[in-house]
Write a protein that binds this ligand. Structure first.
Ligand SMILES: Nc1ncnc2c1ncn2[C@@H]1O[C@H](COP(=O)(O)OP(=O)(O)OP(=O)(O)O)[C@@H](O)[C@H]1O
Length: 728
């Protein structure tokens, strides 16, 4: 039975891949526009390099075969906006065909202009492409089919702010909810995917499907349920699930969707509740990352009264766009949002850079550094299938961001995932039948998994291998997890050694983690039931210990980073003041160490440097004669002599926490200014105090945003591209 199923799948997959090939064989699709001009809408990928052969193979994951799926990259270039046309902005993006994008007019270089850059991708949607074209030719339909087959699929859109991500996924602003045009040609990929999903389901009446949907946003590093935000928009926790071996959002509202209308209502409700703001580059700018997830579970009757259950899902991820705050002219709340957006995109950039680098991909990937990467971990490198759509603006004024997005995509294209689907065979009536996830290993006789991969070569077929003993599979999966945790542990330890000597104390704890004996695959097969059970227990123990250890290391790292940040800020401020003081004609440029000073009491608070003017000034009874800024600086110097306050075991994660850091620093600064016996007139003016204290909440990251504007590489700033990334 299973074999016949596999044959059907294989044939279907080969057939699909064949269709795929025909569509894109000649590299481009053209049609007549309204003025009867031939308009090219799509240029497709370079066949030799990136043809997508969709191949389905069956194999037990435990055989560890290295079939992997490439992340296909699609590009959408939006038309020039009215604002850009009015401002006389030119298009600098050209389409030579064959899935290539040529960017010219790059400023800089010795002769005033750099050589044009050429990039190649799977498919490029030119400005004339419609929303329906994107559905038809982006591989999205195949992704939905795979979701129905039981794969965990993700489609995500990224690019700079105003590049058309939301337009591609959900359509122009205000479209949904318009009762008069329920099936408008402006509807985005999500709406069209829902329709295709229901069409697929209706074509398979013999299979019982259950659809559920959830919708969340990550706003300022807080996860908000868009279907049930509540008046307080209380954030939800992101936790690690031991069972599912992945991160999940606790208490996320999930809605049963029996009809297409239910799914559309979910989309509408989410769009209504998501955070949108206005800035210089987009009147309806998404201020958060959103993830709309459709869970698809199916139950199919098979021979002998058994049923096959599958559980797939499709994630639609609309990332907030990277922003140069100088260009968007963000301030206050929008600036804080922009900083959070840029930070989380930077972490995503780090993860993508590590995953796409063959030398680094087995090292630690910093998924835990942001909520976004935690929730996308499985899509980026786990057992999921992922499709990326990069959106760019053709305008010359956005050329740096465009190049960065193109580079980012070149990186992401190199990532490989290992898509896997769990199919569970069970008898109806057995209560355990409806249990999905890893617990099935313990419950059911056989586990069938199949891998989908695009390896760019001829379609292959795999012989079905069914491993009868699920405990072996569990041991292997635990082993793999332990390896990942160990590498994370190593990474954290080495990072902590850089920051602190105290990391040595922590490392001693590691000796408590008992490593189970190494058992080869062949030996494993010979082990008896109780021995296997013992081994599983040992691995689970080690796993648990490593996880705890890593949690602690993360906490320490976070604390150390915060301390480091505080000290850096204080140092920066002091250096700035020192520069100011040194440039003053009243004070010698360098501190003078007299022999007396060096021999004097080492505990004296002014043992570093004594301002020679101070003595003269102190003789004078009227302190009003001392210029304010000098006095202030003298007072400030006492901060440098203060001991660093002992660390409190506190995390600073949220915005409120950040403001408390700011408060703490402000307090520190004001403490240092609060000198006993000083009369009020000699206190620094309010204006000066502002200059010395940390920015108001919301503006406290202003320096970083300034840094961002200096470095236009925001979204791709962590990625330094080698020549080989830029094709041609
Ligand atoms: N392909 C397109 N055709 C026509 N208009 C488009 C296209 N892409 C984007 N636009 C328009 O450009 C504007 C900005 O697009 P959108 O809001 O989707 O950008 P975004 O990348 O999601 O920005 P942000 O990251 O700030 O949310 C919108 O008015 C949208 O309708």
């Amino acid at each position: 039975m299973l074999y016949s199923l596999s044959c059907i799948y294989n044939k279907a997959a080969i057939y699909l891949s064949y269709i795929f090939f025909i569509i894109f064989r000649n590299g481009s699709i053209e049609r007549l526009d309204e003025d009867n001009n031939l308009q090219r809408i799509i240029t497709s990928y370079n066949e030799a390099e990136d043809n997508i052969n969709v191949v389905v193979s069956y194999e037990c994951e435990t055989t560890e075969k290295a079939y992997k799926s490439k992340i296909p990259e699609y590009f959408r270039v939006r038309p020039l906006s009215n604002k850009e046309i009015k401002a006389g902005d030119d298009s600098v993006v050209n389409f030579p065909g064959n899935g290539q994008v040529l960017v010219d007019g790059i400023p800089g270089g010795p002769s005033g202009g750099q050589k044009a850059k050429l990039f190649s991708y799977n498919v490029v949607f030119e400005p004339g492409a419609t929303q329906e074209d994107v559905l038809q030719f982006s591989g999205m339909k195949r992704l939905i089919e795979m979701g129905v087959e039981g794969f965990r699929c993700t489609c995500f859109c990224y690019g700079q702010t105003g590049s058309g991500k939301t337009h591609t996924l959900t359509g122009p602003p205000g479209l949904l909810g318009i009762q008069t045009a329920p099936y408008s040609d402006k509807h985005g990929l999500v709406f069209r995917s829902f329709m295709y999903l229901f069409k697929l389901i209706q074509e398979q009446p013999g299979i019982h499907f259950v659809l559920k949907a959830s919708y969340l946003e990550i706003y300022n590093e807080k996860v908000i349920d868009l279907l049930n935000p509540g008046s307080a928009r209380k954030p939800l926790a992101v936790r690690w699930s031991k069972k599912a071996r992945g991160f999940f959002v606790e208490n996320l509202f999930t809605v049963d969707c029996e009809e297409l209308d239910d799914l559309i209502a979910v989309l509408e409700e989410g769009l209504r509740n998501r955070s949108v703001g206005k800035h210089n580059m987009n009147d309806y700018s998404s201020r958060s990352h959103t993830i709309l997830c459709v869970h698809i579970t199916s139950e199919q009757p098979a021979e002998g009264g058994v049923f096959i259950s599958r559980s797939g899902k499709i994630n639609f991820v609309d990332l907030a766009g990277s922003e140069m705050t100088k260009k968007t002219q963000s301030e206050g709340k929008t600036l804080e949002e922009a900083n959070n957006i840029n930070k989380s995109l930077m972490v995503l950039g780090y993860c993508i850079a590590s995953l796409s680098d063959s030398k680094r991909k087995n090292s630690h990937i910093p998924y835990r550094d942001s909520k976004l990467t935690k929730l996308l971990a499985d899509s980026l490198a786990g057992n999921g299938v992922t499709l990326m759509i990069a959106c760019i603006s053709p305008a010359k004024s956005n050329i740096y961001e465009t190049i960065n997005t193109l580079r980012y995509a070149a990186r992401a294209k190199k990532i490989r995932t290992k898509p896997v689907v769990l199919m569970v065979r069970h008898c109806k009536g057995n209560k355990m039948c409806y249990t999905f996830g890893l617990s099935v290993y313990k419950t059911y006789k056989s586990i069938y998994q199949h891998n989908w991969f695009c390896n760019g070569s001829k379609p292959e077929r795999e012989v079905i291998r069914v491993r009868e003993d699920p405990r072996e599979a569990l041991i292997l999966s635990l082993k793999r997890e332990v390896t990942v945790l160990q590498s994370e542990n190593e990474h954290l330890r080495s990072a902590l050694n850089v920051y602190s000597d105290s990391a040595g104390d922590v490392s001693s704890e590691r000796r408590l983690i008992i490593t189970p004996p190494h058992v080869d695959l062949e030996e494993l097969a010979k082990l008896e039931g109780p021995q296997l059970a013992d081994l599983v227990r040992l691995y689970m123990k080690e796993n648990e210990a490593l996880r705890k250890d890593n949690e602690e290391l993360f906490t320490s790292r976070e604390l150390l980073q915060r301390d480091h940040e505080l000290v850096c800020r204080e140092n920066e401020r002091l250096l700035k003041k020192l520069e100011e003081v040194n440039s003053s004609p009243l004070i010698p440029a360098r501190p003078a160490f007299s022999a007396e000073a060096l021999n004097s009491d080492p505990d004296a608070s002014t043992n570093i440097w004594t301002n020679p003017i101070q003595d003269k000034l102190s003789d004078n009874s009227s302190s009003k004669q001392v210029p304010d800024f000098i006095k202030k600086e003298l007072n400030k110097r006492q901060i440098g002599d203060r001991k660093t306050p002992s660390r409190t075991p506190r995390r600073y994660n949220s915005v409120e926490d950040k403001s408390s850091i700011a408060k703490a620093v402000r307090l520190k600064s004001s403490e240092s200014l609060d000198i006993p016996h000083q009369n009020e007139s000699s206190m620094p003016s309010k204006k000066d105090q502002r200059r010395f204290s940390v920015a108001k909440p919301g503006l406290e990251n202003a320096d970083e945003s300034k840094g961002d504007t200096k470095n236009p590489e925001l979204f791709g700033s962590v990625i330094s591209l080698t020549d080989e990334d830029e094709l041609n």
